[in-house]
Design a protein around this ligand. Structure first.
Ligand SMILES: *Cc1c(COP(=O)(O)O)cnc(C)c1O
Ligand code: SF4
Length: 411
């Protein structure tokens, strides 16, 4: 039988304390001694918790802990938050920095990989440390906080890079910082005139929804357009408190997206993913990405095969609202960036037609127009020579080149 953690272990805690994120942060469960009083643990988990001290710490908010079904040893909330001994196994292809982020950092904490947007890591702390975290190498060690010096270097870089129009604030979890610190960052970014949108990536609505306070939304909305990307992986994570947090963000004009990670035995299942996508939409959250697990050391036990992700996509597209269909991506190792993966719908093509199939298996012919040249009269008004796409396959389409060569191929 499952016990209600909030009503047993936390029975003396008032609602006021429970709903205060500072209480939640301060009372995060960080030791084996504490955790074993609250939920039953396997030997594998006890070993994992002991070893995690050295490296990628354990920390679980009382809120997130209270979502665990104690009767299920494979509970999806527990699997995401409680270390296992398996974390200390490194597979033959595992990497510390699987996305090559350190390589793409022109200034500290800033990753500039794509032509027009940057990723700004403002802290390495989180309220809960997800055991499958891709940025384990930096997260939780406490030495990657943004300070005034770094912030001014980043702003200087952005001023000099007029092609950047989108800044993603991430970490760690940026909302682990105090509002005043976050505001310093938002304000500094808004002083760069060519920054069009700001995105905040945070798992707080999932692991500590109490953090989405009126003060926070009232502060952040001054810097609109601000997009808010969160990270739900399982329908059980989206309960009452999370709903309140999401409503607060939506009511205050934040456009909310969600990215999930495909996690073996947690959400590697079509019916679970579909239920999650529907629940997100009901809360005005648009599913954005499903990520294939990166090749981060120690997360082999979380990796589902790519084929499982494709199967999930097959059972979403067409079967349910298009709004419920995110893009499934592999973030290619060594800085390859996000690559979308989906079932094949284009069966074949000839100069005058394409043959396509739909989700039901119906195969159709779509006839191409006779005159296939396209020429928009307003195109010149949108062309900025400094922003001409000169990257990748787009180069072949615009006629600049005939081939692309990997740098190690002799031309
Ligand atoms: C994911 C990511 C982005 C944002 O990519 P979008 O596809 O625009 O959401 C930007 N920079 C880096 C380094 C990223 O990993
Ligand atoms: S919230 Fe994000 S950065 Fe923090 S541990 Fe989880 S996945 Fe990693």
């Amino acid at each position: 039988m499952s016990i209600n953690i909030k009503e047993t272990y936390y029975k003396d805690i008032t609602d006021e304390q429970w709903n205060d994120y500072k209480w939640q942060f301060k009372n995060r469960v960080k030791t084996l001694k504490e955790l074993e009083q609250i939920i039953p643990l396997t030997e594998e988990e006890k070993e994992g918790i002991k070893k995690s001290f050295k490296d990628f710490k354990m920390a679980i908010t009382p809120h997130y802990l209270s979502l665990i079904n104690t009767a299920n040893p494979m509970d999806p909330i527990k699997l995401q938050s409680v270390p296992q001994d398996k974390e200390f196994y490194t597979g033959p292809f595992d990497l510390d920095d699987p996305l090559g982020e350190d390589h793409d950092m022109p200034v500290p904490n800033l990753v500039h990989r794509y032509p027009d947007r940057v990723l700004f890591l403002i802290t390495d702390q989180c309220s809960m440390y997800c055991r499958f975290c891709t940025r384990k190498r930096i997260v939780s060690d406490g030495s990657h906080q943004v300070d005034k010096t770094i912030l001014s270097q980043v702003v200087e870089y952005l001023h000099a890079h007029k092609e950047v129009r989108d800044v993603i604030i991430s970490g760690g979890d940026p909302l682990f910082m105090e509002d005043e610190k976050i505001e310093e960052v938002l304000k500094a970014l808004r002083e760069v005139p060519h920054i069009e949108i700001i995105r905040i990536g945070s798992r707080m609505p999932v692991v500590c929804p109490q953090r989405i306070t009126d003060d926070f939304v009232n502060m952040a909305k001054k810097y609109h357009p601000v997009y808010f990307n969160t990270h739900f992986n399982h329908p059980f994570e989206l309960e009452k408190d999370a709903e309140i947090a999401l409503a607060k963000l939506a009511d205050n004009g934040f456009v909310i997206g969600n990215q999930s990670v495909l996690l073996k035995n947690i959400n590697s299942d079509t019916v679970i993913m579909k239920a999650l996508m529907h629940k997100l939409l009901k809360n005005r959250v648009r599913p954005y990405y499903i990520y294939q697990c990166d090749l981060t050391s120690g997360i082999e036990h979380f990796r589902a095969p790519v084929s499982k992700g494709i199967e999930i996509m097959e059972e979403l597209r067409g079967h349910t609202s298009g709004l419920a269909v995110p893009v499934f991506v592999i973030d290619a190792p060594n800085g390859g960036g996000k690559v979308p993966i989906q079932p094949n719908y284009l069966l074949t093509q000839s100069p005058d037609k394409v043959i396509i199939r739909n989700y039901e298996g119906m195969v159709s012919t779509y006839i191409e127009p006779e005159d296939r040249n396209c020429k928009c009269s307003t195109s010149a008004q949108f062309q900025d020579p400094s922003k001409k796409s000169n990257v990748g396959v787009a180069n072949l389409l615009n006629g600049e080149h005939m081939s692309l060569y990997p740098h190690y191929t002799d031309k």
